[in-house]
Design a protein around this ligand. Structure first.
Ligand code: BES
Ligand code: ZN
Ligand code: ZN
Length: 475
């Protein structure tokens, strides 16, 4: 689907998407809309035959005073899904809520249309209909915002498509290939460590977790380095291409969907795609530890002790708490780059989903300013986060009996926090100005449609992190 911007609406497209507020007299008095039970509530959509366009798709925006970017995204997504349903090839979409949101409307409309149009259907052999072209019609002054929205949405869908691929297709090696292809396209440097290099660099976490799989582990480092950068950021993503649990094998209802355990890694790739398009004045290093977690005669086991290159020894209590073991290597490597900002994203704990539900990520950081920035941005992107504490008192939970720390808490309470505390052991405070951890286990992958998302990967938190990098670019 091609998405373009135009300052004039040309007649003759198959469908026009137009927004309607709730509670307006004009709407309430229109018998044909009333007959369709349409009153402009958020999420509502109705189609009527038109004159200048074959069909007019009305999307509900809710009450004017409550308009928000996320309402616009949802409305645009409903509109484009309906356009697909009625098989409109050429579509025009007006800016929605522009009176109030100005340029933010153009951005949100682009995001809603593109994210809303995505579904993972490449393996379905029945005939598929796809929209040829959408023209977003608005004032010239909002075109830049539209373009930014388009980049963010395309980066999001790029992430979703990789997450949605199953473990037999996207293995650690394949993930590394994708990273290379992306780097080629945008002129990034890209290093991939195979087992020999992992060994040389003392990346014991990745090597240990990777031992149980026929698909060998990798570590990926992509770097984007503009001239005279204003700062340095490291982004890290958990890349477990399939998490069976290993020797502590998962029960079947928890194993299904574990192809999504690479969502953090894929988000990092999506963020780099946006970085390649937007070229901010800030150095960005993307780090991906990637493994497949499998049970096998060669697999690591409970009671195993591994010693990291910062001297910390770790006792394995569950081979299903593998994410933190591979992230530890990446955090140590990232620390050595001495960044201003280091942010990791990981489908790390079921406990985080228990705490916050499926629609909110856990945010951990000691830096109040960074927390505020992320919270502010997340309100606009609709990628919800909630700050949880790095509670010192829970450190006791991960104290090891025979090693410094253990990879699972002594009780299951506070599981998202004890995982974050585990990671904190591998962030070198002398070298990293500011660190945040996002536990995206809930929102990364959904089993039913929500807002503008179809079931499957959401591409969270790509838009939030890109916006954060753009903000760092300004300060
Ligand atoms: N990949 C899982 C976490 C997860 C759960 C992601 C649900 C997405 C949805 C992680 O590796 C894991 O298995 N964590 C364990 C930790 C436990 C053994 C301490 C968990 O959450 O049960
Ligand atoms: Zn696991
Ligand atoms: Zn996992």
């Amino acid at each position: 689907m091609k998405v373009v911007y135009a300052t004039e609406i040309k007649k003759g497209a198959d469908a026009l998407i137009t927004g309607v507020y709730e509670g307006l007299k004009e709407v309430e008095e229109r018998e044909n809309l009333k007959a369709l039970n349409f009153s402009g509530k958020p999420g509502e959509v109705a189609v009527l035959p038109g004159k200048a366009f074959k069909s007019v798709i009305y999307v509900g925006l809710g009450k004017k005073k409550d308009i928000s970017c996320d309402r616009i995204r949802t409305a645009a997504a409903k509109g484009i899904k309906k356009a697909k349903e009625i098989k409109a090839r050429k579509v025009v979409c007006e800016l929605l809520g522009v009176e109030k949101l100005k340029e933010k409307s153009a951005k949100a409309v682009a995001e809603g249309l593109i994210i809303g149009n995505y579904e993972f259907n490449k393996y379905k052999s029945d005939e598929k209909f796809s929209i040829e072209k959408v023209t977003v019609a608005g004032e010239e002054e909002f075109e830049e915002a539209f373009k930014l929205g388009k980049v963010l949405a395309e980066a999001t869908n790029f992430t979703r498509e990789i997450v949605n691929e199953p473990g037999n297709v996207v293995t650690p090696e394949r993930l590394a290939e994708i990273a290379k292809e992306l780097s080629e396209e945008y002129g990034f440097k890209c290093k991939v460590f195979d087992e020999k290099k992992l060994e040389k660099n003392g990346m014991v976490g990745i090597l240990t977790v990777g031992k149980g799989s026929k698909n060998p582990p990798r570590f990926i480092h992509i770097s984007y380095a503009p001239k005279n950068p204003k700062g340095k950021a490291v982004i890290i993503g958990k890349g477990v291409t399939f998490d069976s649990g290993g020797i502590n094998i998962k029960p079947e209802q928890f194993m299904k969907t574990m192809k999504s355990d690479k969502a953090g890694a894929c988000a990092v790739l999506g963020i780099m795609k946006a970085v390649g398009e937007l070229k901010p004045d800030i150095e960005v290093h993307a780090l991906i530890p990637t493994v497949e977690n499998m049970p096998d005669g060669k697999a690591y086991r409970p009671d195993d002790i591994i010693v990291y290159r910062n001297g910390k020894s770790v006792e394995v209590h569950s081979t299903d708490a593998e994410g933190r073991l591979i992230l530890a290597d990446a955090l140590l490597y990232g620390s050595d780059l001495e960044p201003d900002l280091m942010i990791d994203m990981a489908t790390l704990t079921g406990a985080c989903v228990v705490a916050l539900g499926h629609y909110t990520s856990g945010l951990f950081t000691e830096d109040d300013r960074l927390a505020r920035d992320i919270e502010e941005i997340s309100k606009e992107t609709g990628e919800k986060v909630w700050r949880l504490p790095l509670d010192e008192d829970l450190k006791e939970e991960i104290k090891g009996a025979y090693a410094d720390i253990q990879n699972v808490g002594k009780s299951r309470y506070g599981g998202a926090i004890t995982a974050a505390l585990f990671l904190q052991n591998f962030v070198d405070k002398e070298k990293v100005k500011s660190w945040a951890h996002l536990d995206i286990a809930g929102p990364a992958f959904l089993d039913k449609p929500w807002k503008y998302y179809s079931p499957g990967a959401t591409g969270q938190p790509v838009r939030t992190v890109v916006e954060l990098l753009l903000r760092k670019n300004q300060t």
